[in-house]
Design a protein. Structure first.
Length: 148
């Protein structure tokens, strides 16, 4: 899909607030609501827009352990490892990486005992290193998009 500056304007507005109505977006960028809706639909079909989500404060919901776990695992063992962990509640992201760890897992749990259990489970597959997130001194939910 070829994106033009209007597509980028729509994406920038949705990043700020995905609950904006098509009418509100249209007023901000100079399009009608149906034109905005059609462009959004096409971007969804092309997977430019993957989903509309809510950004939760997990700590307020009782998830007090917020960690990043690096796992040094043989590359060929990644698919079975991913299959094994796909139903672990609290895993927010799993990323393939370069450097000391080939997988990086962002995980939240309510209790340290849950965290310990998951680390033990991961350790069966390779060397792990856990980094507790203390704070987010700079946090962004979006980047400014524009046509190159």
């Amino acid at each position: 899909m070829q994106l033009d500056p209007i597509h980028y304007a729509i994406l920038n507005e949705l990043q700020k607030n995905s609950r904006l109505s098509n009418t509100n977006i249209g007023q901000k960028i100079g399009l009608t609501a149906p034109a905005v809706a059609e462009r959004i639909r096409k971007m969804q079909e092309a997977q430019v827009i993957k989903s509309f989500t809510v950004n939760l404060n997990y700590e307020k919901l009782g998830f007090n352990e917020n960690v990043i776990i690096g796992i040094d695992i043989p590359y060929c063992d990644i698919p079975p490892f991913l299959k094994e962990i796909e139903n672990i509640n609290g895993i927010l992201n799993v990323m393939k990486s370069t450097g000391d760890f080939c997988l990086i897992v962002h995980l939240i749990t309510k209790r340290i005992s849950e965290l310990e259990e998951i680390i033990t489970r991961f350790s069966k597959h390779g060397k792990t290193s856990t980094f507790r997130i203390l704070a987010f001194p700079l946090e962004r939910d979006c980047v400014k998009l524009e046509k190159n």
